[in-house]
Design a protein around this ligand. Sequence first.
Ligand code: GDP
Ligand code: MN
Length: 388
Amino acid sequence: MKLHEYQAKEIFRKSGIPTPNGELVTEVDQTTKAIQNVKGPPWVVKAQVHAGGRGKGGGVQLAHSPDQVVSSVQSMLGKPLVTKQTGPGGVIMHQVLIEEGIDIDREFYLSMIIDRAVAMPAMIFSQAGGMEIEEVASRSPELILKEHADPATGWMPYQGRKLVYKLDSPLSPEASRALMAIMANVVKLFMSHDCSLLEINPLVTTMDGKVVALDAKLNIDDNSLYRHKELHALDDPREKEPLEVEAEKYDINYIRLDGNIGAMVNGAGLAMATMDVIKLAGAEPANFLDVGGGASQEMVTKGIEIILKDPRVKAILINIFGGILRCDVLARGLLEAAKHTEIRAPLIVRLEGTNVEEGREILRNSGLKFLVAKDLAEAAELVAKQVS
Ligand code: GDP
Ligand code: MN
């Protein structure tokens, strides 16, 4: 689950990570009142969308007077923001954060991620802040420092010193201490909230010697949400792919991708393998869809309907290994979908496992048009042929 910057910053403040003060507005006429509670000029007006690169796209604007704040808010609310991460259509700006403008001295990069190679959270720190970290990583990898937080021992003070003392030009003792305290608090927050990503870019030192998180990105591991009930209210479905929101309602694991081959599979591993084989056959998957091992007929029906709602889908590969989900249940789910939705794309079916004969029989007698593949490789080739 992704959080908005203003939500992340609220959590930061509670966790001992200083941020600028700010107020959220969702309507233009809230602006004048909001400014009264926020120090300025200057003010910074920031679009609250789940996409980075807002600065370059016009989603972060500096305003030097209350009138400028109002016109910035006006230029954002309800309008699309296009950044490198949004795609050409952009995303609608529903909310805007008005913050006190900070007088920046230096910009740093600080984040924490899960480093799967060593199965530990890793802190990433760089003196090249404010820029895209991917660019820094490819151009000057020596500027990116990494330190693991071993869950067995916790974050050690020497680790913070190791990172801070590697700076080319040293910070004041106060700023160094503040930065190391922030690092320790980042680890605590990351662990206690089951984060999958925490990113501060830029983390700045101010002209008066303070260290402040100017930006904030926080992602929570969905699998842990059951033990963070207080975070559920922070979910913003407006920011998500509508088809993914619909799939969530039925407990279907669906992720929309860029290709044109719809895929319905039971089991995440088999779904990944199916996507690989589609690519191997020279085509591109339109989605990842795992109906799950214990899928019901209704989930199969909904799965097919969701795939078909994606206008890019030109052919569908159904790859089911009948175990707990029996092949006859799959077949009935398909027929049910065909009753409500026009199956407008060729179907390629590969069924194997429990009740496979019964499943095939149901499909044969259904009047539905589909191609049967004897194995996964043939299925992928058949499906790729439909779109080539
Ligand atoms: P992003 O582009 O979506 O990552 O948005 P950021 O929150 O990182 O803002 C983009 C850039 O705007 C930052 O890297 C800063 O250079 C600048 N910026 C943001 N807030 C302030 C501020 O309070 N004062 C100043 N001087 N610059 C700011
Ligand atoms: Mn940023």
